[in-house]
Design a protein around this ligand. Structure first.
Ligand SMILES: Nc1ncnc2c1ncn2[C@@H]1O[C@H](COP(=O)(O)OP(=O)(O)OP(=O)(O)O)[C@@H](O)[C@H]1O
Length: 340
């Protein structure tokens, strides 16, 4: 039985910039189930990291504003928590791993001490027990000579080992949710695979739910139960892994799949990059944000934003092609059948 642990509803995030207000996230909705992985994919600037930081309440205070929406974690809206209560949630119940491990590590502090810090703060363990747990975590994430390595500083680790340490730190307090923002992008392919496998193993052991942010659809194929495809601050399609990979309905999802090396190579089809680039969210018009790049655009696409169409309990898409008012004759054959 699936059990929902997080529900993000109608999330809007804006930034005050010199050029004016930028709404970087515009009405994002998704649910996350216990023990499952939701991958958020999309090109650079689509709002993936901003969504993750909004959940953690880690957006810059001076210019970011969550103007609308809710982030329900186990029934409580994180947006209503006091700073103190949010600090308790952060780290102990929801943890985050960033692309660059040095974002989370203090270069001047020994690794063991850094892992212990969270345990002492959130779990009120004695120093001896916290040190024992830190050692166990380093062993769990596969750091060789873990006992000696507790005394080492971050610069004495390779990039891959540093990311393992960060995952150990993030998981030390058994969080219910791990948000991983491009956790392996900076690592070479072999290390990348090891770290992702490690995350999968730990997820199974600890029943952690994961939000995985990535550009890499190969990673998604290996890791995700559900996938949300973001474009210009909105989730334009979401569904189970199979729905997104085998029955993609949004032309943008189709475009992403076609520009992905792994899947296409097995079909001996050439890779087709999506022409053009994402729109500037400051100058979006009233229509579909993907219209300017879409090969199947209709007049309505330029004028009105499509609504979500529910194709199954898990599969939704925001595209005029799927709207019940669009005659089926206008739906191109390739939509929904690209990798069948
Ligand atoms: N601190 C900030 N100040 C102003 N605007 C910001 C800030 N952070 C993000 N944005 C805006 O939000 C948009 C989305 O950024 P975000 O980092 O979420 O993209 P992303 O999908 O995670 O991209 P990437 O894959 O490159 O990390 C950016 O294009 C930018 O317009």
């Amino acid at each position: 039985m699936t059990e929902e642990i997080l529900a993000v509803t109608d999330l809007h995030v804006s930034f005050k910039t010199q050029a004016g207000m930028v709404t970087a996230v515009r009405g994002v909705n998704f649910n996350l189930n216990k023990g499952e992985t939701l991958a958020i994919v999309g090109e650079s600037g689509s709002g993936k990291s901003v969504t993750a930081k909004a959940i953690m309440r880690l957006l810059p205070k001076h210019n970011a504003q969550i103007s609308q929406g809710g982030i329900l974690y186990e029934g409580q809206d994180l947006l209503n928590l006091s700073v103190n209560d949010m600090q308790k949630v952060r780290g102990s119940e929801i943890a985050m791993v960033f692309q660059d491990p040095m974002t989370s590590l203090n270069p001047t502090m020994r690794i063991g001490k850094q892992i212990m810090e969270g345990l002492l703060k959130h779990q009120k363990l004695s120093k001896t027990v916290a040190k024992e747990k830190a050692l166990q975590m380093l062993e769990l994430v596969g750091i060789p000579n873990a006992k000696e390595r507790l005394e080492a500083y971050p610069h004495q680790f390779s990039g891959g080992m540093r990311q393992r340490v960060v995952i150990a730190m993030a998981l030390a307090c058994n969080p219910h949710i791990l948000i991983a923002d491009e956790p392996t992008t900076a690592l070479d392919v072999t290390i990348q695979a090891q770290i992702l496998q490690l995350m999968k193993d730990l997820q199974e052991k600890m029943d952690t739910a994961i939000i995985l942010i990535t550009h890499d659809l190969g990673v998604v194929a290996n890791m995700a139960d559900h996938v949300a495809v973001m474009y210009a601050g909105e989730i334009v399609e979401q569904g189970t892994l199979d729905e997104i990979f085998y029955q993609p309905q949004h032309p943008y999802t189709l475009g992403l799949l076609r520009s992905m090396p792994n899947l296409s190579a097995s079909r001996s089809e050439p890779l087709i990059p999506i022409p053009g680039s994402p729109p500037d969210v400051m100058t979006l018009g009233t229509g579909c944000p993907f219209a300017a790049r879409c090969p199947h655009t209709m007049k309505v696409c330029h004028d009105f934003l499509p609504k979500y169409t529910h194709l199954s309990d898990s599969h939704t898409v925001m595209c005029w092609l799927q709207d019940e008012r669009t005659p089926s004759a206008q739906i191109p054959e390739e939509v929904g059948s690209v990798y069948e």
